[in-house]
Design a binder for this molecule. Sequence first.
Ligand code: C2E
Ligand code: MG
Ligand code: MG
Length: 611
Amino acid sequence: MPIPNVLLVNDHPASLLALETLLNRTKEEYGYEVVTAQCGEEALRKVLNTQFAVILLDVSMPGMDGFETAEIIHSHPRSAGVPIIFVTAHYADEMNRLKGYQKGAVDYLITPLIPQILLNKVAVFVELAKKNMQLDNKTKQLAELNRDLQVQQMQDLRRVNAALEAEIIERRQAEERAHGLATRDALTGLLNRRSLIESLEHAIAAATRQKRGLALLFLDMDRFKTINDTLGHDIGDELLIEVASRIKHSVRESDMVARLGGDEFVVLMEGLPAYPDAAEVAKKIVQANAPVYPIGSHRLKTSVSIGISMFPQDGNTVQELMKNADLAMYHAKQQQRGSIQFFHEELNARLVERTRLQNEMQHALENNEFELYYQPKVDIFSGRVAGVEALIRWHHPRMGVITGGQFISEATDSGHLVPIGEWVISAACAQARVWLDTNSPLLKLPIAVNIAIPQIHAELPGAIRRALTQHGIPPSSLQLEITESLLIQDLEKATSVLREISESGITIAIDDFGTGYSSLSVLKALPIDILKIDQSFVRDLGKNVGDTAIVAAIINMARALALRVVAEGVETEEQLSILKDLGCDEYQGFLYSQPLPGDALVRQLLQTTSA
Ligand code: C2E
Ligand code: MG
Ligand code: MG
């Protein structure tokens, strides 16, 4: 019997050689030959002369690219059924993946490839090819036997017939294995992305014919990356399997559940789902994920955020429905983790606005549109101003003055944060210089600047040193505020950079304390001087017993670690008096002063002291 051939097509000689070497590893064991081609045209010539079990086809090639090559191969009756697996390093996005599957690929792999997975996939197609060859052989034998029927005995025919039947069964099984591999997600057993897209295409066509609706739920796990990074991939994989199972059990048998990869899942509801039906299923999934997951020795807590798009209201192509459900999911996540959001046009408008804001940010620095406002921090016992916090404001040409809270996260996402952050440090130093020179009441009090995580890198201490030197002010005039929840993401790097800054004489505060998950040991490892209690705890002081207890606990803990405590967002006398009783050191908030431009703040302070 001939041996099945595997065709590798890649224009890059080194990649081709690497792939060939990899496949040669198992060619004895599985019994196949490796054939190579360096461009689409050469691949077509080979396909005309040789039957292939599977083709591994590079997407980006000069001249005829992978998509075009696949199209021509499949248009030829002789090679119409050859399975094609696309392999690419550059076309990893959704659109190209989708295009690949629409060109008839059985798989779409992104390099770097995992050797064992690739070899297993190839082995399945080789096996299928062998079964096909055997079947062809048997069919030929049978034809010959039939021709010589007069001389052959009837018994022979029966034997061959039985063998033929067995072959057919085996072939069907091999086919099923190949099909399962191509349509199922290996980890969870759910449908994979490719079969979801196919199913969705069919569902849209059927729903259009029958004038019915569809609901597409796009699910994304919250904090999965953190779990995976801190506890390892084995635990992460087990969690994914459990989450998949809870999702599966929350929906009806007829609903389709797929895993897109990573921590993203999709549920497709056919029939006549109305908005409340889709919301009901989404709620069930959210609730099913609420109980902790006991995995190994861990008790893991996660949640899923869900975005929903409806057919035909929110789009009538696979792309539109997926994109809009994804966008809705993104907004769900931003509002609150573990929440549900239907797509509506306004989300698109918000996305457009966000992108617009990010583009405008690019020119805001050159056009001098940023300004620092300052809000005093007050010593609770003496009632004296103990320092100020610099808060950025943007004089936006279209929207008027907007606050840091309204654009810092956009700046972080779009990569504008580092230059803006350097401007903040330098502007704060310039202000300190002015207060020194004018002998203002704020002279010598530290100015705290907020630092976001992407700013904490090896160049930060140098940038701070340059700003201090340029304006001739001592390190004691500067303080850094770092948000707790951001800090813990890369503790090791943050610790070394912050240590260097702290050793130069600059004090460091942990901002919004209580919103992240810093353990005591994390706090002890970092060179911190001050804890700022997040305003969400201060807001309900006196109203909510739980919050009062948390604030008391934070203050006691700070005492034990010899840190100063500042309460943020103090708006009422009642909050202030409770904080005083609890032994808090400083407070900050509208009760004492709004954030104000530097000169306005000085005027206000002079008025209050002279009054
Ligand atoms: P944050 O550092 O916790 O700043 C406190 C926020 O609470 C400020 O909002 C301030 O205006 C507001 N606030 C002050 N007192 C009160 C009060 O009594 N009640 C209430 N409800 N709010 C009060 P803002 O200016 O919008 O800043 C929000 C966040 O944006 C800041 O939180 C900080 O994390 C970030 N941010 C602000 N300026 C900068 C900056 O220059 N660089 C960086 N990286 N982040 C900044
Ligand atoms: Mg702050
Ligand atoms: Mg804060």
